[in-house]
Ligand binder design. Structure first.
Ligand code: B4P
Length: 190
């Protein structure tokens, strides 16, 4: 059975960390908009040049840049291939664009990874990526609250949200996610 999954959560909740395990366990295509954008910046492509100032400031990259890159990859997939969207959609405009580009059945299950803001700041300062300075992290948290949090209600109205506590060892969080996915009715609990 194919699985079409979103990992939704504040910056540093561990979306990328958990995504690596999930794609292996379920044979999914992994689509991380953060990774796509960072690769574009590193490759000095047109997308990279346009995205960089937003990423450096902890702002969302404009939807028209991100959505095109996602639709291009999803539309090329065979029907039976499942996927995991990691860090996309990030606001209502991106969610609407996903539905209009891919269809009403674009998503089966949305895992909301909840984490306390102070824990996030500590985790990301330790990670130390170029956009992991305290000022930029705090701005990303503000942007998350204003732009991304409304997606919880959006997907909850569609019966797709499962919230899990993202605090704890990576294995423990992975176990909670496995149960949450099983409760979406797509795969057996493992
Ligand atoms: P992303 O690449 O999505 O990065 P993130 O949200 O910061 O990290 P993530 O949640 O994946 O955390 P990770 O596993 O690394 O976004 C970066 C930027 O790209 C955005 O600010 C924005 O500018 C742009 N962007 C991306 N998508 C966009 C979109 N759709 N639209 C517009 N702009 C977009 O974990 C973080 C750290 O915690 C790691 O060091 C990890 O080792 C550690 N960790 C993980 N799990 C842990 C656990 N259980 N306990 C302790 N530490 C843990």
């Amino acid at each position: 059975m194919t699985l079409k999954l979103i990992l939704l959560g504040p910056p540093g909740a561990g979306k990328g960390t958990q995504a690596e395990r999930l794609i292996e366990a379920h044979g999914l295509l992994h689509l991380s908009t953060g990774d796509i954008l960072r690769a574009a910046v590193a490759g000095e492509t047109e997308l990279g040049w346009q995205a960089k100032p937003y990423m450096d400031a902890g702002e969302l990259v404009p939807a028209e840049l991100v959505c095109g890159a996602v639709a291009e990859r999803l539309n090329g997939l065979a029907d039976e291939q499942g996927y995991l969207l990691d860090g996309f959609p990030r606001n209502l405009a991106q969610a609407e664009s996903l539905t209009s580009d891919v269809g009403e059945d674009a998503i089966d299950c949305v895992i909301h990874m909840a984490l306390d803001p102070e824990e996030i700041v500590q985790r990301l300062l330790k990670r130390g990526r170029a956009d992991d300075t305290e000022e930029v992290i705090r701005n990303r948290l503000k942007v998350y609250e204003a732009e991304t949090r409304p997606l919880i209600e959006y997907y909850s109205q569609r019966g797709l949200i499962r919230s899990i506590d993202a605090l704890g060892a990576i294995e423990e969080v992975a176990g909670r996610i496995a149960l949450a996915i099983a409760s979406c009715g797509q795969v057996e609990a493992s």
